[in-house]
Ligand binder design. Structure first.
Ligand code: PNS
Length: 167
């Protein structure tokens, strides 16, 4: 059984991520999307929220499973019984970091290879960070994220702002 893990922060999932999920799921028997819980960055959405959003937006893809993980991606991939990890490459600016990470990961776990998919051109500019910034100014994010994400981002950003105002 060919199994892959697609690890990431997904804070929140964008059309770019979804593109990679659909295309990589078509290459394997099972794709596990791993949502990192112990990132150095403080996420807008909790791990549970990110998992639930991902479950909603991938419910039509039968061989995709969504799981939260903490620790090293390769250890998570090993625990899932995956042979591959998947990452998307948007532009040359992603390359240095991704290459370094895949080479280090291969030293940590020689049995797990990283497969890179080039992000579809229409999403090459897109990042979760940009989406959050646009949403914080009440901009239109409908071209960047699935419908299931839109209201959730505005609510979260509103909650964050009112919490900040109270401090
Ligand atoms: O969506 P992101 O933030 O680009 O994903 C980055 C992620 C989660 C893949 C990366 O930070 C990661 O693998 N973190 C877990 C710790 C780890 O395994 N670090 C890499 C060691 S080389």
């Amino acid at each position: 059984m060919r199994k892959a893990v697609y690890p990431g922060s997904f804070d929140p999932v964008t059309f770019g991520h979804l593109d990679i999920i659909r295309r990589s799921a078509a290459l394997v028997d099972e794709l596990v999307v791993g949502v990192l819980t112990n990132s150095a960055k403080t996420p807008l959405f909790s791990a549970e929220e990110r998992v639930n959003i991902l479950k909603d937006v991938t419910k039509d893809i039968s061989n995709v499973r969504i799981m939260a993980f903490n620790g090293l991606s390769v250890e998570f991939a090993k625990s899932c019984g995956a042979q591959f990890m998947v990452r998307g490459l948007r532009a040359i600016t992603d390359f240095d970091y991704e290459l370094q990470m895949s080479q280090t990961n291969r030293i940590l776990q020689s049995g797990i290879d990283t497969i890179f998919l080039s992000t579809s051109l229409e999403y090459a500019y897109l990042s979760s960070t940009t989406v959050k910034e646009i949403a914080s100014y009440h901009g239109d994010i409908s071209k960047f994220v699935p419908e299931e994400v839109i209201d959730r981002i505005y609510i979260k950003i509103g909650e964050k702002k009112s919490k900040k105002n109270k401090e």
